[in-house]
Design a protein around this ligand. Structure first.
Ligand SMILES: *[C@@H]1O[C@H](CO)[C@@H](O)[C@H](O)[C@H]1NC(C)=O
Length: 183
């Protein structure tokens, strides 16, 4: 389709570059916007996981159920904020139109860091509280994450493939590994 258009412009005597460059700029802006919003997302997630960590640190490993329930209540607002942030990112990614030509390594790297941050924090939560008390707040977070990854994968070719093994670990950690949420 694109090739046909370009041929058409060339044949019609248009300067292909004058047509092509605004488009290229737009796509470049889209990928920059995604990069920037992912970096912002990482920072915002870290603000929440830092709070979660400081709540969890004084808690004994495998805390007794009543304690675990109480701590789970304390970290629930942060888990909900993370789920919201991921939801918003999914929507940003859905709106973007990208072109496979542009460098994607930065995006892969940022998404990997985000996933490792979530994985590390989720594992920390599980060590301290177990899955039961937090499951109700972790499931929306994971579903929002899956939505973001799928939306990003549509605009950044190969993203899911690049980060799938970390995402799978995260799904397994919360017992959602067998549901086939990711391709
Ligand atoms: C919170 O703790 C987990 C587990 O130690 C770690 O992976 C994560 O990076 C920590 N996050 C912050 C912001 O300190």
């Amino acid at each position: 389709m694109k090739a046909t258009l370009f041929t058409l412009f060339a044949v019609g005597g248009f300067l292909a570059t004058s047509i092509a460059s605004p488009l290229a700029v737009e796509k470049r802006q889209d990928i920059d916007a995604i990069e920037t919003s992912l970096e912002t997302l990482l920072t915002q997630i870290q603000e929440q996981t830092e709070l979660i960590n400081s709540t969890l640190t004084p808690v004994a490993d495998a805390a007794p159920e009543a304690d675990a329930e109480a701590v789970a209540e304390q970290i629930a607002p942060q888990l909900d904020v993370i789920a919201d942030l991921l939801d918003k990112s999914a929507n940003i990614a859905k709106r973007a139109i990208l072109d496979g030509r542009y460098v994607k390594e930065d995006i892969f790297r940022t998404v990997s860091i985000i996933l490792y941050e979530l994985l590390g924090t989720v594992k920390f939560i599980l060590i301290k509280l177990g899955l039961g008390p937090v499951l109700f707040h972790l499931v929306p977070l994971i579903l929002a994450l899956v939505k973001t990854l799928k939306a990003l994968d549509k605009v950044v070719d190969g993203l899911l493939f690049a980060v799938k093994f970390i995402a799978d670990d995260l799904l397994k950690a919360v017992g959602l590994g067998l549901l086939g949420l990711l391709p």
